[in-house]
Design a protein around this ligand. Structure first.
Ligand code: PNW
Length: 459
């Protein structure tokens, strides 16, 4: 039985690059993802975000889909280059500002709270070419300038801000494994990018708190992603390996914010590849989140790596494994989604409890949870029973965590719509609404109807 507090926040989520399309419409500048999609071999089927869900032109219709489910909140991101085409404040694109103003106003008139993510990976290309993207020391100030403009223009109506989505993905997949834009491979750059992402977050928060928060009365935080890592055996080595894996995944970003420094395990293992915080920096970073944003998708077993193991780094396995000495595996009995991510609801409960314990029980919002399956449309019906079961399992895990004292305050389904799933292009469907990418027709899947019913029962 699912039983959530009546003020629990029920939402859905998307991101700009994955749904908007209109890549060069309305004064938008190119982003690193526009460029990355042009390189053959990077994206399944050579797909791009040029049109995506054409949300830029179908915004009202998409808000109506949410209103039909009675969702209370919508998490979306702003395309930095739609507001600042070259990434800097030298040119403000009013047409882009207008698009987000209309979206915000349409949401509010439908009783839906806008939750804005400032950075969901679509860095203005000019900041990658003229500067060196997230490796460049100047990037955190440039992000601060951009955030400032967003607070000024939208903050009268927007009361929830997320600075950065999943710094781990930006750093590891973008600068370590090179499977996401900007496609760099390195074992030093991820840690520099990670440092700059934390500083960018903290500077934006500082601007919000000093210039806007007392007038606008909103909240600001960061969203990090983490899978659960379960010790493969109860040996002390495997238990330590699992903790270390969580530290290299989540604590990398959450420890500086909640505890004031990087985890000891990272400092020891990375040596001078891990930047250090100055006193001034840590004063800015520590305490810089009003809530703990968490994206959670799956669980793996973690064991102490056998020194004879070869290079084991695969996409999505949790980072640069040679830095961690952790071997990851899944139970062959676990059900897999079409991303090959295992469905393990109890891992979600354990992760929530781990966060509550390590970070003094902060208010937590799950800002993404969801699954991709190979959905098919038959006479306008998409019978996605497996997705419904996924949500029921994960929400039951959430509800148990709440009963155990975890301060979980909201849950956003990823995603409102089938959309551009990064390197997988349009081959993976995470939506609770089916999108026919030929006609741009949206059809509520059975899971959307199920979510509407759940919200009506729980609120
Ligand atoms: C998240 N991994 O990405 C993102 O925030 C969404 O934009 C995305 O569509 C969603 O999850 C589903 O993938 C991730 O490899 C991408 O561990 C990759 C990983 C984790 C999250």
């Amino acid at each position: 039985m699912l039983n959530f507090p009546t003020n629990f926040l029920w939402g859905t989520a998307t991101s700009s690059f994955q749904i908007e399309g209109a890549a060069d419409v309305g004064g938008k500048g190119p982003s690193i993802w526009d460029a990355y999609c042009q390189i053959p071999g990077n994206i399944a089927n050579g797909d791009t975000g040029n049109i995506a869900c054409d949300h830029y032109h179908k915004m009202e219709e998409d808000v109506a889909l949410m209103a039909n489910m009675n969702v209370k909140a919508y998490r979306f991101s702003i395309a930095w280059a739609r507001i600042l085409p070259d990434g800097t404040k030298s040119i403000i694109n009013e047409e882009g500002i207008n698009f987000y103003n209309r979206l915000i106003d349409t949401l509010i008139s439908n009783g839906i709270e806008p939750w804005i993510t400032l950075y969901h990976w679509d860095l203005p290309l000019a900041l990658h070419m003229t500067y060196d993207g997230w490796i460049d020391d100047r990037i955190s100030d440039l992000f601060g300038d951009y955030a400032d403009i967003c607070f000024e223009r939208f903050g009268d109506r927007v009361k929830h801000w997320i600075t950065i989505n999943e710094a781990w993905v930006v750093a590891i997949l973008g600068y370590g494994q090179g499977v996401f834009a900007p496609g760099r491979t390195s074992n030093t750059e991820p840690y520099i990018a990670g440092h700059n992402l934390l500083l960018a977050h903290a500077k934006a928060v500082d601007i919000y708190r000093s210039k806007y928060q007392s007038i606008q009365q909103g909240q600001i935080g960061i969203t990090n992603n983490c899978d659960w890592r379960e010790p493969a055996t109860d040996s002390p080595q495997d238990q330590e390996a699992a903790t270390r894996a969580l530290e290299f995944f989540l604590a990398w970003f959450a420890d500086p914010i909640y505890l004031g420094d990087y985890p000891q395990s990272m400092k020891e293992r990375l040596g001078n590849r891990l930047p250090t915080f100055t006193k001034e920096e840590i004063a800015l970073v520590k305490g810089s989140s009003d809530f703990f944003g968490l994206n959670h998708y799956t669980t793996m077993y973690a064991a102490e790596a056998n020194p004879n193991d070869g290079e084991g780094d695969i996409y999505g396995n949790g980072g640069l494994s040679e830095d961690q000495d952790v071997t990851l595996s899944v139970d062959p009995d676990w059900e897999l989604t079409s991303m090959n991510w295992a469905v393990v609801p109890w891992g979600c409960q354990k992760l929530l409890e781990w966060i509550a314990q390590r970070y003094y029980n902060p208010p937590i919002y799950i800002t993404e949870n969801g699954c991709s399956y190979e959905d098919t449309e038959v006479n306008s019906i998409i019978a996605d029973q497996k997705r419904i079961e996924f949500f029921e399992g994960y929400l039951e895990a959430c509800s148990k965590a709440i009963q155990n004292g975890v301060n979980l305050k909201g849950y956003f389904i990823w995603s409102l719509l089938d959309n551009f799933e990064w390197a997988s292009g349009y081959t993976k469907r995470f939506g609770i609404h089916y999108v026919d990418f030929k006609t741009q027709e949206r059809i509520p899947k059975d899971s959307a109807k199920w979510y509407a019913e759940l919200i009506s029962k729980q609120t």
